[in-house]
Write a protein that binds this ligand. Structure first.
Ligand SMILES: O=C(O)CCC(=O)C(=O)O
Length: 382
């Protein structure tokens, strides 16, 4: 495993101090979207890393606050139609009943031409579990077959087209809030609540079983699914951690991420700040808004073949490079948490104005701080 030194780390989330844009620093923030370039890194696989410049734009609290209104209209599709929910729930293996909140945009999205219900967890021995525990990320190769990925691509590409207006509105809102010049990339939040094929992907037993094994828990619930379309020329994904922006009082949180096609090394695969998920010294000694040059080692998993799935812990800082290839990159992320987690007050969130609002807007108001995170939109997945 080759490792490299992180140039500089500056935590800014929740900080009252505004940082100048375009500083040559590593800034984990409240948002994935930033016209920033990720810092240089090395991948876990042996090929030599490509050097990248470190140029990140950072938000101050006031700028992030401007986004609230724009985020308000990021809701369900206007043309959503209801489904046979019982069949949907049974077919997906959900054990918590779904509701009319699960709807389908209908029509334009082809059915998923693959049965994802078979198969178990990725093969995870002690070495892999230890690596996940220590590093906060691993890659499980070949968790899906190339046929399954091709089928997923066909359906999910259609989902991203059907939802493109909503994704563009979100990207523009985030970009405006950051004072940027263009929409960095497109995110479609929780397509599983509106599209049957996306539900099948998000509730795939293989993913849930692997999440349980990695977290060492008996039961996981689905927190979020997301489609990330990084079009040719789109910008970098800013440094962030997923739990930082989720109103859950837990450490048991994992996200799987996989491109729906082969992906070259040194392109737009996720880059991880290894070990940052267990860096308790950071909040203990420094809080927010501090400088930590060389604090982490950065790794990625090199090239992905269709079916390879990477996993990162909820507190792990991660980013992705800008898309310099002529092809759009389409990736899926699904996040799970261990059952038993409780809800925290939204005011307690370090990144309350974060772009992930669409992920919890529909269920958080139904629960009180301290309640178990048990809701039909947070289904148990078996
Ligand atoms: O695909 C990307 O660029 C971002 C993905 C991400 O941030 C995540 O899966 O948590």
């Amino acid at each position: 495993m080759t490792l490299c030194r992180l140039l500089l780390f500056t935590a800014t989330a929740g900080s009252g101090a505004a940082l100048a844009p375009y500083t040559r620093r590593f800034h984990p923030g409240c948002t994935r979207e930033s016209p920033a370039k990720p810092p240089r890194r090395r991948r876990v696989s042996p090929a030599p890393p490509r050097r990248r410049s470190v140029t990140l734009r950072v938000l101050d609290d006031e700028a992030i606050g401007l986004d609230l209104e724009a985020l308000g209209d990021l809701g369900a599709l206007d043309d959503a139609a209801s489904l046979d929910l019982d069949a949907l729930v049974a077919g997906a293996g959900l054990t918590v009943a779904s509701t009319a909140a699960l709807a389908d945009a209908g029509g334009a999205v082809p059915a998923l031409a693959a049965d994802l219900s078979g198969g178990g967890a990725a093969a995870l021995g002690a070495a892999e579990l230890l690596a996940f525990e220590r590093d906060g990320h691993i890659c499980t190769r070949g968790l899906f077959s190339s046929d399954e990925v091709e089928a997923m691509y066909k359906s999910m590409e259609a989902v991203s087209r059907v939802e493109s207006k909503s994704a563009e509105r979100h990207a523009v809102a985030m970009n405006d809030a950051m004072g940027g010049e263009r929409a960095p990339f497109l995110q479609t939040f929780n397509p599983h609540r509106r599209h049957r094929p996306a539900l099948k992907v998000a509730t795939c037993a293989r993913l849930a079983a692997t999440a349980r094994a990695l977290l060492g828990v008996e039961e996981v619930q689905l927190y979020q699914s997301c489609l990330f379309k990084k079009r040719a020329g789109d910008e970098a994904t800013n440094w962030h951690s997923d739990l930082h922006t989720s109103p859950l009082d837990t450490n048991d949180f994992v996200t799987c991420w996989f491109p729906l096609h082969d992906l070259e090394a040194d392109s737009t695969g996720l880059c991880y700040a290894t070990g940052s998920h267990r860096d308790l010294a950071l909040p203990m000694w420094y809080g927010q808004g501090f400088d930590a040059d060389g604090r982490y080692e950065l790794e990625d998993h090199g090239a992905y073949q269709a079916g390879d799935v990477s996993w990162h812990h909820g507190w792990l800082l991660h980013s992705a490079a800008d898309n310099r290839s002529p092809r759009d990159r389409l990736a899926v992320a699904v996040s799970f948490f261990g059952s038993g987690a409780r809800v925290i007050e939204e005011d307690g969130l370090a990144c309350v104005n974060d772009e992930d609002h669409p992920s919890y807007d529909d269920w958080l108001p139904d629960l009180a701080p301290g309640d178990l995170a048990a809701h039909e939109l947070l289904p148990v997945v078996r």
